[in-house]
Design a protein. Structure first.
Length: 328
């Protein structure tokens, strides 16, 4: 197993320490500043979908988007307190209209930075570190960002299926004579063959793959290269129902949802506990997968898979005689 520690952006500059973020999200360390967990949570979820170095701009943009959204939320919270106090002093009913927030002049921003520590820390540590507000000019619109996210989600099943076969082989194939276990039967090429072989003769129309046909081995390789570093996380989300995909940025309640879900300690401990369980299963099988180390203090959550059917065992048995027929 190859251990992943630091995530780099497209210019190969460090973006975040993934193990440190896992500790933060699993509430195994305190926030360095208010709002850190929420921002890193959205960034981490986005990175799961865009782990390939050529696309890590999405994780960088996710950090900026979440940071700016947090500033807007913090400003609204500050304005609420200001208005509530003013209305109390004037003896008026406490009905605050957030649409009447003051313009974000330099004086207003300076006041917020002085009076609101979370605002200042988010701006300095996240937005300032990325080059200031100018960095947002390179980011896609919120709608475009969400569309790119959904496009990635549409391809999650390819990577998830490959991991599913490999985990099933570890749990039910190694040492099982019925599977005719191959010492390398868990690897990527065997996984591709497992899905390609049964539907290899299904015909597709020009430019469109039949819904009954597995994607081509070349397509499997392409998406595996894109998502290999986060493949185990993708598998848990797609196959085991963990709700850890990034929420829509173009949503009025984005920050409220982000804060609520980033503070759902029980669900995050389950997610990272399940991840640790399957990562250790692959490590014990001497797999070549990439993994993120999860703190020992997080309880491991067992993940089970079904044994191979008779038909699936037949597919596995065909590998040695036919794997060279897979075209790249």
């Amino acid at each position: 197993m190859r251990r992943l520690t630091v995530i780099y952006d497209d210019t190969y500059l460090p973006m975040f320490d993934v193990e440190n973020v896992v500790k933060l999200l699993s509430h195994k360390r305190e926030e360095a500043f208010e709002g850190e967990r929420a921002v890193r949570f959205f960034q981490f979820r986005t990175w799961i979908l865009f782990p390939d170095t050529d696309e890590t701009n999405y994780a960088k943009w996710a950090e900026l988007i979440a940071a700016v959204k947090y500033l807007d939320w913090a400003e609204a919270d500050h304005f609420w307190d200001e208005e509530t106090e003013r209305l109390r002093r004037e003896g008026q009913p406490p009905f605050v209209d957030l649409s009447h927030k003051p313009l974000q002049t330099t004086h207003r921003i300076s006041t917020l930075m002085t009076n609101n520590n979370a605002y200042r820390q988010i701006f300095d540590r996240l937005i300032g570190r990325r080059g200031g507000l100018l960095a947002l000019l390179d980011a896609p619109s919120l709608a475009d960002f969400d569309r790119a996210t959904y496009a990635r989600i549409d391809h999650m099943h390819i990577v998830s299926d490959l991991i599913d076969y490999r985990l099933r082989y570890i749990q039910h194939g190694i040492g099982n004579r019925k599977v005719n276990a191959d010492p390398d039967g868990e690897n990527f090429n065997h996984a591709r063959f497992f899905f390609w072989w049964p539907t290899r003769e299904v015909q597709s129309s020009r430019g469109k793959t039949s819904p009954n046909k597995a994607v081509a081995p070349k397509t499997m390789r392409t998406w595996w290269k894109k998502c290999e570093r986060s493949a185990l996380f993708i598998y848990l989300i797609h196959k085991h129902g963990f709700q850890q995909l990034p929420m829509d940025t173009d949503d009025d309640v984005f920050m409220e949802n982000l804060l609520r879900e980033s503070n759902d300690t029980e669900e995050l401990l389950r997610f990272f506990g399940a991840y640790a369980y399957i990562a250790e299963a692959f490590r014990n099988a001497r797999s070549n997968l990439i993994y993120v180390r999860v703190p020992d203090s997080i309880p491991r959550i067992p993940i089970s898979t079904p044994p191979f059917s008779k038909t699936e065992l037949e597919t596995i048995s065909q590998y040695d005689g036919h794997y060279l027929e897979m075209t790249e």
